[in-house]
Design a protein around this ligand. Structure first.
Ligand SMILES: Cc1cc2nc3c(=O)[nH]c(=O)nc-3n(C[C@H](O)[C@H](O)[C@H](O)COP(=O)(O)OP(=O)(O)OC[C@H]3O[C@@H](n4cnc5c(N)ncnc54)[C@H](O)[C@@H]3O)c2cc1C
Length: 413
């Protein structure tokens, strides 16, 4: 049996090689006719797969180098955010945001426009200032913000080559705290959505859609920032005991809550880096809705609650600032992520996705590239106005199509 992704819902078809140097990686890539980079395997679909060669980036050099004058850090593509965050924090620096899980590789995350939350926080790809890409011909190509095609390369889906190094913007370290509130009334979420999501650096709403009120609001606030929220969040009381977003799960896996101030590296992700889930009992989907349609989308999903809820562990509603990256799910629009953590029931989830997508995709919702989606009507390409430019960029980086796989053929053909 072949190796699987983190969730165990996809078995890789290709042979996995584990190079430990860029030279070794170059030999592997140039010797293959079909090759894909494999990060930390946290995607839930066949995006990373090929029936040829998969090159794991986990053993490539970490090479973390901070440039205080440029306010950037250069990091090997296979490095996990949790490792990078520790090094940055130790040196007095920070990233602007993190995803919920810090175990995900930097190059794998930016390749799919992975994001955290926050009205004014772009996704993790927006922190990319430069990339070094090993192309199919074995050449190392540097591309930096301001260069032609950079906006296409920052969210690449692995189509251009293997990203061996990423240059990320950094800022001086900061402290933050997390507070949780239980039971936000739905009419507040619907009628005062902009107020609700803008009261903190990052706001996430957790729900199963079939409940009387949104069960949890999870705030990440910068230490010292003024706040209008005391012990009441739009009618929801502050929780006085820490909890997991899935009530039945062990709270020790989550980063410290209850307003305890700590470094960004231990507050911006929902989950602790010390907690290492080797595999998941879940499948995820997420749809990034243009912010102007978010309330409609939320109402549409609520109407589907009876079919969704039996398969759902939890949903998270979160926000992402607009950017100009061609394949970003927030390209040209502030976006609201409607995230679904399903039980690991592939057939069951695939049975409800058509109804969910029929409600969301017509609103312009873009599925998260790394999560499970179906797009039965093939509308996703039409949601990306710069897709032709990306096609041309991919063809220029990879004229032989070494990095093409069925996922990319569906999207780019
Ligand atoms: C528990 C869990 C929590 C998650 N939380 C979030 C979240 O909070 N927010 C969010 O947006 N997403 C989240 N995700 C989704 C995840 O961030 C994305 O699927 C991400 O792309 C996974 O990165 P990876 O390193 O595992 O990449 P993989 O799954 O291994 O690969 C994903 C893509 O990246 C490409 N790639 C990987 N490395 C390179 C490289 N060096 N060069 C070129 N291409 C490369 C692959 O070819 C493939 O196309 C979560 C997933 C899990 C399992």
């Amino acid at each position: 049996m072949g190796e699987k992704n983190w969730a165990g819902n996809h078995e890789y078809r290709g042979r996995i090689a584990r190079p430990t140097s860029v030279e070794e990686l170059r030999e592997l890539v140039t010797g293959a006719t079909s090759v894909r980079a494999l990060g930390s395997r946290h995607s839930f679909n066949d995006l990373a797969d090929t029936d040829g060669l998969l090159v794991s980036t986990a053993g490539l050099p970490a090479g973390i180098r901070i440039d205080p004058d440029a306010r950037t850090v250069t990091v090997g593509g296979g490095v996990r955010y949790g490792d990078l965050a520790r090094e940055l924090q130790a040196a007095g620096w920070a990233l602007h945001n993190l995803a919920s899980l810090p175990h995900i590789s930097v190059a794998g995350a930016i390749a799919t426009a992975t994001h955290g939350s926050g009205d004014r926080n772009g996704n993790l790809s927006t922190a990319v200032a430069g990339l070094r890409i090993l192309t199919g011909s074995g050449e190392l190509v540097d591309i930096a913000r301001g260069d032609a095609g950079f906006e296409g390369a920052a969210v690449s889906l692995g189509a251009l080559g293997v990203v061996t190094e990423v240059v990320l913007d950094i800022r001086p370290t900061f402290d933050a705290r997390q507070r949780l509130f239980g039971g936000v009334p739905w009419d507040v979420v619907i009628e005062r959505f902009d107020e609700v999501t803008s009261v903190a650096y990052s706001v996430s709403l957790f729900t199963t859609w079939d409940e009387e009120s949104v069960s949890l609001a999870w705030l990440k606030e910068l230490d010292g920032a003024a706040t209008t929220i005391a012990d009441d969040f739009f009618g929801a009381p502050a929780l006085t005991e820490a909890r997991h977003m899935i009530a039945a799960m062990d709270v020790r896996n989550t980063t410290e809550q209850l307003g305890v101030v700590g470094p960004w590296s231990e507050r911006l992700a929902h989950f602790r880096f010390e907690f290492t889930p080797s595999n998941g009992e879940e499948i995820q989907s997420e749809y990034l809705v243009p912010r102007a349609r978010a309330v409609e989308a939320i109402q549409a999903v609520r109407a589907l609650a009876p079919v969704i809820a039996p398969l759902l562990q939890i949903s998270e509603i979160r926000t992402v600032a607009a950017d100009d990256l061609w394949l970003s799910s927030a390209y040209g629009t502030d976006a609201v992520g409607l995230h679904f953590t399903w039980f690991r029931d592939q057939a069951g989830v695939e049975a409800v996705l058509p109804a969910l997508e029929a409600a969301l995709l017509p609103l312009g919702a873009r599925p998260h590239w790394g999560k499970l989606y179906l797009d039965v009507d093939g509308v996703v390409p039409s949601l990306y106005p710069r897709l032709d430019d990306f096609r041309a960029l991919a063809a220029s980086f990879d004229p032989a199509g070494r990095f093409r796989n069925p996922f990319l053929t569906r999207l780019l053909a």
